[in-house]
Design a protein around this ligand. Structure first.
Ligand SMILES: [Fe+2]
Length: 392
């Protein structure tokens, strides 16, 4: 079934539903004509994922039926698992690129998958990025940067072939320092002189390594070589789709992604602080790229810790219609106790308005299961925790 995901604004309280509503797996949830009467029920539905059948599928004669390949089918039915598999594929490719004769083709296959996963559920993608636990930094960081690149380029209206080129470069940008990258995250001392030299050389070294691995796309190679150039070192008028523009987007994603990742030497920055710093350091309102990043992520991207007017603490799950009104997964009640069954709060309602951000470290000890939270996995009783690793 071709389906369209419903946003909160498409669903109204106390009005008959104009369509049958399904879950992500195509199971009928609510029949046409049903009236949703409780705001909480509406919130749960949006968070779980509510879909309607596309009312106007193309006639068979206009377009051949789309038969999703296995990877695409998995993206649709199991996006959480697909992210994990994509990350594992990238890890093995980056680990053994010298011994992979078709490295360029195999890395290129990952770009449309990431694009598809972002389209499937960008909130889930951002939630997982902000909740990253610190494992396998080099690969996770490349995936996060590619995700941010995709979201920025999509918001700017780039066509698919340019976004895929951007993602190929983003996924391979740090191939010239992949081992050092992981050790730097666990290191508390500043980089030594030899380490600084590797950092300095890694963009150009990356170009040579990619070339030796069979990459022939000049813009891909040049984007990797340029991805640490300060904007004033790039041409003043950057041509759309040029290697310099790809490098600018990658640099932006690289810097923001690094700020929201924890390191041994410092905790992760909150999303709002990271966005503020990135906005200022990238030319602010004059730079359409950083503007697109800020507009895409909103003030509280999914995965951010927030305090609500109700006194509850939780994690942002989905961006709202307004940047300051996300849906929040409330985990801690007003008395500071963890909910056994977390509740979803719509911060557009004044009693649940976001009043402050909370360091995500406050929630790090919770091993949350995004597949359950986002409704891609169901159990007879909704239980979002795999395990609880804290003491009451
Ligand atoms: Fe880099």
């Amino acid at each position: 079934m071709r389906s369209i995901r419903l946003s909160r604004s498409s669903l109204r309280l106390n009005e008959p539903l104009p369509w049958d509503v399904f879950d992500a797996g195509g199971k009928l949830l609510l029949r046409r004509g049903y009236r949703i009467q409780m705001p909480d029920q509406l919130d749960q539905l949006v968070v779980r994922g509510a879909y309607v059948a596309d009312a106007s599928p193309p006639a068979p004669s206009e377009r051949p039926p789309v038969r999703p390949e296995p990877a695409r089918r998995q993206v649709l039915s199991d996006p959480v698992g697909s992210w994990a598999r994509t990350e594992a594929r990238l890890a093995s490719l980056l680990h053994a690129f010298e011994r992979t004769p078709d490295f360029s083709d195999r890395l290129s296959e990952l770009a449309p998958l990431i694009s598809e996963l972002c389209e499937r559920d960008a909130d889930l993608a951002l939630f997982q990025m902000m909740r990253w636990n610190g494992a396998n930094y080099a690969v996770a960081h490349a995936i996060h940067a590619a995700t941010l690149c995709e979201l920025v380029a999509r918001r700017l209206g780039w066509p698919p072939h340019q976004r895929e080129q951007l993602l190929r470069a983003a996924l391979s940008m740090n191939i010239g320092m992949r081992q050092l990258q992981t050790s730097l995250v666990t290191q508390t001392a500043p980089p030594s002189a030899p380490q600084r030299e590797i950092i300095h050389q890694h963009p150009v070294r990356g170009l040579y390594l990619l070339e030796s691995a069979g990459v022939t796309d000049n813009d891909w190679l040049r984007a990797v070589a340029l991805h640490h150039e300060a904007p004033d070192a790039l041409p003043t008028r950057v041509r759309h789709g040029s290697a310099a523009q790809l490098a600018e987007v990658i640099r932006l994603a690289d810097i923001f992604g690094a700020k929201v990742s924890p390191r041994a030497s410092r905790p992760a920055l909150s999303a709002d602080q990271a966005l503020r710093e990135t906005f200022i350091s990238h030319g602010g309102a004059d730079n359409p790229l950083v503007n697109a990043l800020v507009r895409e992520l909103g003030i509280y991207p999914p995965g951010s810790g927030v305090r609500l007017a109700s006194g509850e603490l939780g994690l942002v799950m989905r961006r709202g219609v307004r940047a300051d009104q996300p849906l929040v997964y409330a985990l801690i009640n007003r008395k500071g106790q963890f909910y056994m069954e977390p509740v979803i709060r719509d911060s557009a309602r004044s009693q649940f308005a976001v009043v402050a951000t909370v360091p995500v470290e406050r929630f790090r000890q919770l091993n949350l299961n995004p597949a359950l939270i986002f409704g891609y996995e169901s159990r007879s009783r909704m239980r979002p925790f795999d395990t609880l690793e804290f003491e009451f």
